[in-house]
Design a protein around this ligand. Sequence first.
Ligand code: AMP
Length: 214
Amino acid sequence: MTITLALSKGRIFDETLPLLAAAGIRVLEDPDTSRKLILPTDQPDVRVVLVRASDVPTYVEYGGADLGVTGKDTLIEHGTQGLFQPLDLQIARCRVSVAVRADFDYQHAVRQGARLRVATKYTSIARDFFAAKGVHVDMVKLYGSMELAPLTGLADAIVDLVSTGNTLKANNLVEVERIMDISSYLVVNQAALKLKQARLRRIIDAFASAIRKD
Ligand code: AMP
């Protein structure tokens, strides 16, 4: 019975490796140099599939993977139907924030009943946040380079992930609100959890004991 783990390249892949090591699993190829999308591990019954970050919940929900690691931002946007979320792994930590041009009067723009044009990939998070503030939002859905939107006049504000804040600074944008803290979660296919219970439990327990406690 093979166990398939869905990961995305970059921070999530890199920060999951120590957790896999704690479970006695070593990935045998480097995704930065290999063109393979299915990576073998030193455990014959465990493989890693590389998918886009926003596709991880879909793979796990429909059983294309038994388990995966995905950001809370992605989970909120995708929805958590069919997914068991046993662990907050405390990796790939960042926050979702609102940012505007340094010369934009945000407080005036979000006075009660105002309209704001917001560009983001995170339309659910942004819609809920501004609805709670009573601000009408014209949403512009983007898939990347959100920082460009206020600089080109496409939008007044962006809702995006911020880690160090360097990307905002480099583009003359300022963070005006923190919407929520983000970290990545282990998600497990609910049917797989029953069918492959013993093997998945061992992996989940090893991950749990290796989570950073700070
Ligand atoms: P920073 O310059 O460190 O604030 O990072 C901001 C850039 O990195 C933005 O383009 C974000 O979309 C992206 N980013 C930051 N943290 C994460 C994360 N945990 N996962 C994916 N992308 C991130």
